[in-house]
Design a protein around this ligand. Structure first.
Ligand code: GLN
Length: 391
């Protein structure tokens, strides 16, 4: 038989997912994949049930249903301060991954170059590989993950077309501040580059960190595709609903591409969201309070287990180093440490190398997700803290 397409060579299940299977085998607590298993708000569930009962089962317009787009227009104006004209600036997609893929097709040709910051979200990098886009990376260093803008600018060539940032960052929790975003934008303008900003953790920022969208800065909107999602905000990662906001002419092309790839995001679920879209600030305040508490719990447990923990500024992961434990058996590298925690504590995490192009860079790092039901997180933290006593 003839071989499969070359782009499938080397494709394998991400660690983010395979850890889930491994943890389930031992009936452990999964702090690996960012599943986010708290309940979806009732109003959204009721809205979706009603839409299903009313047979709102046919294709949605490829850009998404109007009532949901109207809510999003309102949200991105108020929360993100994006200068949108209206629904033509919005595309509803199958998760923010759907939006990311269509953005990659709308903006880039094979051979173009893209710059990303490491640690990075592996799905971004792997999707670029499928498109034969050359990737360059600029490192962010703990504990505060500062950006070296000179180094960034040196990576730009005539073939560079776009930059990808994730803020708050998955896995390290960095929240890009206004000064950094302004410096970034100046360089984008100087070299005429696009930006794709993945902002799916936008409501989770801690201490004095606040979420700022690059597209909200003066001149930023015209060259930025802002990606977001309902998955994390409303605990509905499996519904696969996300969206992109950007200049209408780019959003239109992305919509045409999304139509070709999968026609539209699921209609009844879009109606459910339109019905239950939280416009009330208290929902987001409670969400943040809950995550803030869980962040403290997770960081303190890892610290007492002997990890070096740069506390995340945002998102719901802790990207911690076990280098201080690396002379102990079972902690030689990230994969082994991940296995050790599953074996000894029944707690799943994601090996750090999954977030770097050079696996060595993540050798002593593990990512822990704290978007868990409180009692499960408490149990996981308890087991991790006790691990230190045994070690
Ligand atoms: N974004 C989530 C994470 O980083 C989930 C990704 C996935 O399930 N593949 O864990």
């Amino acid at each position: 038989m003839k071989p499969l397409a070359k782009i499938t060579d080397g494709l394998q299940q991400s660690f983010i997912r395979s850890v889930t299977a491994r943890v389930n085998e031992v009936n452990g607590i999964n702090l690996g994949q960012g599943i986010c298993d708290m309940p979806t708000p009732d109003q959204i569930k009721e809205g979706a049930k009603k839409a299903i009962d009313q047979d709102k089962s046919i294709y949605a317009p490829f850009g998404g249903i109007e009532p949901l787009k109207e809510h999003i227009v309102d949200k991105v104006r108020k929360f993100n301060q994006l200068p949108v004209d209206g629904p033509d600036n919005i595309l509803i997609t199958a998760g923010s991954t759907g939006a990311f893929v269509t953005a990659m097709f709308a903006l880039l040709d094979p051979g173009d170059e893209v710059i990303m910051f490491e640690p990075l979200y592996g799905y971004h990098s792997n999707i670029l590989k499928l498109r034969d886009i050359k990737q360059k990376t600029v490192p962010l260093f703990p504990p505060d993950w500062q950006v070296d803008f000179d180094r960034f600018e040196k990576e730009i060539t005539p073939k560079t077309k776009a930059v990808i940032i994730t803020t708050p960052n998955n896995p390290c929790g960095k929240v890009w501040n206004k000064n950094e975003l302004q410096q970034l934008l100046r360089i984008l303008e100087k070299h005429d580059l696009y930006a794709i900003t993945d902002e799916v953790y936008e409501y989770m920022t801690y201490d004095d960190h606040t979420h700022i969208s690059l597209g909200a800065l003066d001149g930023g909107f015209d060259r930025t595709i802002t990606l977001s999602s309902f998955s994390k905000t409303f605990n509905m990662t499996g519904w696969r609903l996300g969206y992109a906001t950007g200049p209408a002419h780019i959003i239109e092309k992305m919509g045409l591409l999304s139509d070709l790839f999968y026609i539209c995001a699921p209609s009844p679920l879009q109606f459910g969201l339109a019905d239950g879209f939280a416009s009330d600030d208290t929902y987001y305040e409670e969400l943040l309070r809950d995550y803030d508490k869980k962040r403290t719990m997770m960081c303190e447990a890892l610290e007492s287990a002997g990890f070096y923990v740069p506390w995340p500024e945002g998102a719901y992961y802790v990207f911690a180093s076990f280098e201080p434990l690396s002379d102990q058996p079972g902690f030689a590298d990230d994969r082994q440490a991940c296995e050790t925690l599953i074996d000894k504590a029944g707690v799943g995490s994601v090996p750090g190398s999954s977030f770097y192009t050079n696996p060595e860079d993540g050798k002593y790092l593990l990512r822990f997700c704290f978007a868990k039901k409180l009692h499960e997180l408490e149990e996981a933290c308890d087991r991790l803290s006790k691990l230190a006593v045994k070690a």
